[in-house]
Design a protein around this ligand. Structure first.
Ligand SMILES: [Zn+2]
Length: 97
């Protein structure tokens, strides 16, 4: 995954050491990417345990999605669920100060 820095416009390939995670409350976390060139953090996304759970679940479904139409439509359905959840978490966390 390539990330573009909002600050200096430098584009870089995302690696583990560029990611910072800040806990907001309960299991809600803010994930940011720190630019290797200027060291300024760009907001990535918000997440929680439920989102992480779904990301793993989808990764498994994605592997099988090519095997049958049924598997593909299951993946698409679950992906929609995930998007809804993801959007809710983004919305909710934006309101946390
Ligand atoms: Zn930068």
């Amino acid at each position: 995954m390539n990330i573009q820095c909002n600050h200096c416009q430098h584009t870089y390939k995302l690696e583990h050491n560029h990611v910072t995670i800040r806990y907001l409350k309960q299991d809600y976390r803010k994930v940011s990417f720190v630019c290797p060139k200027c060291n300024v953090a760009t907001h990535g996304y918000y997440t929680n345990n439920q989102v992480t759970y779904w990301q793993n679940k989808l990764a498994t479904l994605r592997k099988n999605a090519g095997k049958s139409d049924e598997a593909m439509s299951k993946y698409n359905r679950e992906e929609e669920h995930y998007q809804e959840l993801f959007d809710k978490v983004q919305e909710y966390c934006r309101g946390i100060k």
